[in-house]
Design a protein around this ligand. Structure first.
Ligand SMILES: Cc1cc2nc3c(=O)[nH]c(=O)nc-3n(C[C@H](O)[C@H](O)[C@H](O)COP(=O)(O)OP(=O)(O)OC[C@H]3O[C@@H](n4cnc5c(N)ncnc54)[C@H](O)[C@@H]3O)c2cc1C
Length: 485
């Protein structure tokens, strides 16, 4: 492209997907404009500050950052210095699963052999099943070529496990109830029904969790800012406070997009990196293939969460470099199926934690009565409900971690409505919805879709889909180049 005017690309949405796609295109000579509705970019990468305390709004763990993983090579490919990003690997025992009624915690180690040996030591009667299940999980994981930066190939395992559900896979391997719930929590904390979820999706997520996660010391937002800086250093623009309100199409081609404050953006290509239902509000369904359009209409995932962002008193609660999951009794509808808790790392993290983030699985319906109100004006009942949620959750967790209740200084609670308004995701779903497995190319010749709902969730889905969109726009494969970086 060096001897021609650069191709222009306008990206709607400045979350991970928009920024990943923008950075890949900018690296390859495209002139990129990213339009983000919020006053701060990042979507699920956003963090906020209360005094000295930093809290993350979304991403808690980056599964797939280390050596050999797509994310590490992606950052090398951009030439961003890893030292500037402050990624911290979780401890060797990366996950702690706590059964409060049994007063017992399982410390799940990272990597296949250690994970398998540990589980077998705890559930010796299930040794054969555990081994089979892990074989399946790793076989499934190996089929995700883009994530391992392999050229696409046919995988018999993808077909084998694509036709059974996550529930069928688990039931065919293990029978102990506690053990089964330990594998289930991944699907359940995403709010998925394991009887509908393909085994491939659960297998991939479990594979990533077993391989361990990373976190960013000092909050996730600087990562988003580095990506935005990279786009701008390469001739692009990242504009916050730029909500797109309309996409104009003529003869199956996007001609322009308009922002809410009546600015117009014209580009050669357009990439939509926002939740699919928000996408339908700004365009006509005609640009989508009927199957994709109908799947978006059908999805009504309302699995969300409340997050208690807890500021701690100094030197009261020890920092833990792991992810803690606390299953809760399902017969008590006032408690979610899982609570997850973590102490995020600070830069130069010492022995004591500054903050705790507690996520409680919550249905949107619980907060529906306030859906027509605005932040800060939702009323006393809403504020009381938030307070009660925080109190009940902290009390519950303190049964196992008694130091928590004494350590609490202040608590800021976000609800499914916060998530709805923040991400423009109707129903406030945390993980958008189960992947649509939709093609990234739409019926409009110059419009592409990316984002966590298009194929897979989280870091894994946003990165691989963004690579796929970039490859189609460029008309060439990038996988090998990224893998070599
Ligand atoms: C509480 C929570 C915890 C999570 N934990 C993890 C985790 O540990 N690991 C993991 O891998 N994933 C996790 N996720 C999921 C992860 O955050 C998402 O998969 C990821 O952020 C999705 O990125 P995205 O770019 O597709 O969408 P988003 O991050 O939602 O970004 C979309 C962006 O588009 C903007 N936008 C929307 N409409 C418009 C418009 N009309 N015009 C302009 N801009 C618009 C939004 O403001 C937003 O910034 C978590 C999510 C939540 C909410």
């Amino acid at each position: 492209m060096s001897d021609q005017a650069p191709h222009t690309v306008c990206i709607i949405g400045g979350g991970m997907s928009g920024l990943f796609t923008g950075a890949l295109l900018a690296k390859n000579g495209y002139k990129v404009t990213v339009l983000e509705k919020n006053h701060i970019i990042g979507g699920g990468l956003q963090s906020f500050r209360r005094g000295n305390a930093v809290f993350n709004t979304g991403m808690q763990a980056f599964c797939g950052y280390g050596e050999g993983f797509a994310m590490k090579h992606f950052i090398d490919y951009l030439g961003v210095d890893h030292d500037d990003l402050h990624f911290v690997p979780l401890d060797p025992n990366a996950q702690e699963i706590v059964w409060t009624d049994q007063k017992h915690a399982y410390q799940l180690p990272k990597t296949r052999k250690r994970y398998e040996d540990y589980l077998i030591s705890q559930f010796p009667n299930e040794a054969k099943g555990i081994h089979h299940l892990l074989d399946a999980i790793y076989e499934i994981g190996s089929t995700f070529d883009y994530f391992w930066l392999h050229p696409m190939q046919l995988h018999p395992a993808a077909a084998k496990y694509g036709v059974i559900t996550a529930r069928q896979l688990l039931d065919s391997c293990v029978s102990d109830k506690t053990l089964k719930r330990m594998f289930e929590y991944v699907g359940m904390h995403l709010g998925y029904n394991l009887s509908c979820l393909p085994a491939t999706e659960l297998g991939m997520i479990l594979n990533l969790y077993i391989e361990g996660g990373w976190r960013i010391a000092g909050g996730n937002l600087p990562f988003a800012k580095h990506l935005a800086q990279f786009i701008e250093d390469n001739g692009g623009k990242v504009c916050n406070n730029s909500e797109v309100s309309k996409i104009t199409t003529e003869n199956r081609k996007i001609t322009s997009i308009q922002t809410k404050d009546e600015r117009t953006c014209i580009a050669d290509q357009y990439v939509c990196a926002i939740p699919p239902k928000a996408f339908l509000q700004i365009t006509s369904g005609e640009v989508l293939r009927p199957t994709t359009y109908n799947r978006i209409l059908d999805f009504n995932n309302d699995s969300s969460c409340c997050i208690c962002h807890v500021k701690l008193k100094p030197n009261q609660m020890r920092y833990r470099n792991n992810l803690i999951f606390i299953p809760t009794p399902t017969e008590d509808p006032s408690l979610p199926h899982y609570i997850s808790m973590l102490t995020p790392p600070a830069i130069n993290q010492g022995e004591w934690a500054d903050t705790v983030e507690i996520l409680t699985y919550t249905r949107y319906n619980e907060y529906k009565q306030w859906e027509n109100t605005k932040t800060g004006q939702r009323g006393a009942d809403y504020e009381n409900k938030k307070r009660e949620t925080a109190q009940r959750t902290i009390e519950y967790i303190s049964q196992y971690y008694p130091e928590l209740s004494k350590a609490v200084d202040e608590v800021y609670v976000s609800t499914p409505l916060t998530i709805r308004d923040y991400y423009a995701n109707p129903n406030g779903a945390v993980y958008a919805q189960q992947g649509m497995f939709a093609p990234v190319k739409t019926k409009a010749s110059n419009l592409f879709i990316t984002g966590q709902a298009v194929q897979y969730q989280g870091l894994f889905g946003t990165l691989t889909t963004s690579i796929a969109v970039t490859e189609i726009i460029m008309g060439k494969s990038l996988i090998e180049e990224i893998a070599k970086a």
